[in-house]
Unconditional design. Structure first.
Length: 207
């Protein structure tokens, strides 16, 4: 059964907790994780790019000069792709890039991502997170005490306006809630910081 240390805001270990193996101790399935990350990235694409083919470019279809006798290459209309302001070959058109992934696959990928953070010792559990003021300086001190120097994902157990405001201006720090965490964010940040009560919520939802 996986076990993680619990820290306070000063970076001191104040205890430990056992994690449910059904959520934080599964066999990491890299193929499923790759599938879900690929789907998330694809679903972010707007798919609105559009350029004109030679049939859509406005202009005459008249041959620009006669076929023979000029010493130049053979050409048709000025809308051909080789000319400036001509049409585009295989022009991109609006399309839907979204990829549908089954719910069970998404859940397995999320559990694999959580397990990988535990296995790599990149998961930090906080006993609580309460700031006296919504100041960036206070949040930065907490991260320094936890030895967080690179990108980190902070998962809260509920709405905390002071923490949200204090975290907004810190580069590389992203805040999330239990119902908004996803595979891409978990793997895209070096440290996974979770409030103790949020861990219980995660286990309740995904066990």
């Amino acid at each position: 059964m996986p076990n993680v240390a619990i820290y306070n805001m000063k970076g001191e270990q104040v205890g430990s907790m056992e994690l449910m193996p059904e959520v934080f101790g599964v066999t990491v399935n890299e193929a499923v994780v790759h599938q879900v990350v690929r789907a998330q990235l694809a679903n972010k694409r707007v798919g609105t790019k559009s350029t004109l083919t030679r049939s859509e470019v406005q202009g005459s279809t008249r041959k620009i000069y006669r076929q023979k006798g000029t010493g130049n290459a053979r050409h048709g209309a000025a809308k051909a792709p080789q000319f400036k302001n001509g049409g585009v070959v295989f022009a991109p058109k609006p399309r839907d890039f979204s990829i549908r992934v089954p719910k069970k696959v998404r859940r397995l990928a999320l559990k694999s991502a959580l397990t990988s953070k535990v296995n790599d010792n990149d998961m930090i559990v906080l006993d609580s997170l309460e700031l006296s003021q919504a100041k960036t300086r206070e949040m930065a001190q907490v991260l320094k005490a936890l030895s967080v120097e690179r990108k980190a994902l902070l998962v809260l157990d509920g709405k905390n306006e002071a923490v949200l405001r204090a975290s907004a201006n810190i580069p590389g720090l992203k805040t999330a809630y239990v119902n908004t965490i996803n595979v891409l964010d978990i793997l895209g940040h070096d440290k996974f910081i979770v409030v103790k009560d949020a861990v219980a919520q995660i286990q309740e939802v995904y066990a």
